[in-house]
Write a protein that binds this ligand. Structure first.
Ligand code: AMP
Length: 248
């Protein structure tokens, strides 16, 4: 069984993003970038399936600038076997990424593609679903548990107010939710080993995909600043304050 894990290079989740002064987007110069957290969870799940003897090979794929090689190396240092970088500078929309992943699937024939449920930069939550549609494969989104059975995979999904378990025939698309697992840190020896693991380099043109954006961002704004709070001594004072502000 082969597992493919698409990993996106995004602004590190610890960074407090700043909106550019011209409101066209967020500041990316000199900002720490990391693997999208949900993709780390996807890599971890693939590794656990491999360690359980259910998978033989894990390939991590990234569509992004040359620097996305670092993101792939992170996946390789965690334990993935090979990487594929599809080099593209600038934004990549979910449909274009899904089309590229379709091309990679044609070359690699994975039995399962494990994606993050969403990339924390654009919060699109679309790529896995679009890929399932393009491939005509079953999908299990928002996975909090993944269990392989003979020729199929059971995915427990986090849905509003509970859990739903679905059975998908392989090959299938699975997207990871936060509670699926806790990703490991790469050890120093594994970081060194990862330097020797192969990364193939491709371009969107190799898969015949046009990356021209279909969506234009009109404006990006900071959320409104929160007003400072006040400390009240008594319940009466609290009620009076709330009345004054028209909250009650
Ligand atoms: P999105 O639909 O953009 O929220 O992304 C959902 C998931 O698709 C991510 O968690 C990744 O697994 C994958 N993905 C999105 N964009 C890329 C990209 N440029 N390169 C590799 N994987 C991606």
């Amino acid at each position: 069984m082969k597992i493919m894990v698409p990993v996106k290079r995004v602004v590190d989740y610890n960074v407090k993003v700043r909106v550019k002064s011209d409101n066209t987007g967020v500041e990316l110069a000199n900002i720490k970038m990391s693997m999208n957290p949900f993709d780390e969870i996807a890599v971890e799940e693939a590794l656990r399936l491999k360690e359980a003897g259910s998978a033989e090979e894990i390939t991590v794929v990234s569509v992004g600038p040359k620097a996305a090689q670092e993101t792939i190396r992170t996946g390789l240092a965690m334990g993935a076997d090979r990487g594929i970088l599809v080099e593209h500078d600038g934004d990549s929309e979910p449909l274009a990424v899904a089309k590229i992943l379709k091309g990679v699937i044609a070359d690699e024939s994975p039995d399962m593609v494990l994606l993050g449920k969403q990339a924390i930069d654009g919060d699109n939550n679309q790529t896995g679903q679009m890929l399932a549609q393009l491939m005509g494969w079953p999908q299990g989104t928002f996975a909090s548990e993944v269990a392989l059975a003979d020729g199929s995979v059971n995915v427990t999904r986090e849905v509003d107010g509970g859990l739903e378990t679905v059975k998908l025939s392989l090959p299938a698309i699975v997207t990871t939710d936060l509670r699926l697992n806790e990703p490991r840190y790469a050890s120093l020896p594994n970081i060194m080993k990862a330097k020797r693991k192969p990364i193939d380099e491709k371009t969107p043109a190799d898969y015949g995909v046009d990356m021209a954006p279909r969506v234009t961002t009109l404006k990006v704004e900071e959320p409104p600043k929160r007003e400072a709070g006040i400390i009240v001594e008594t319940v009466e004072e609290l009620v009076a304050n709330l009345k004054e502000k028209g909250v009650i």
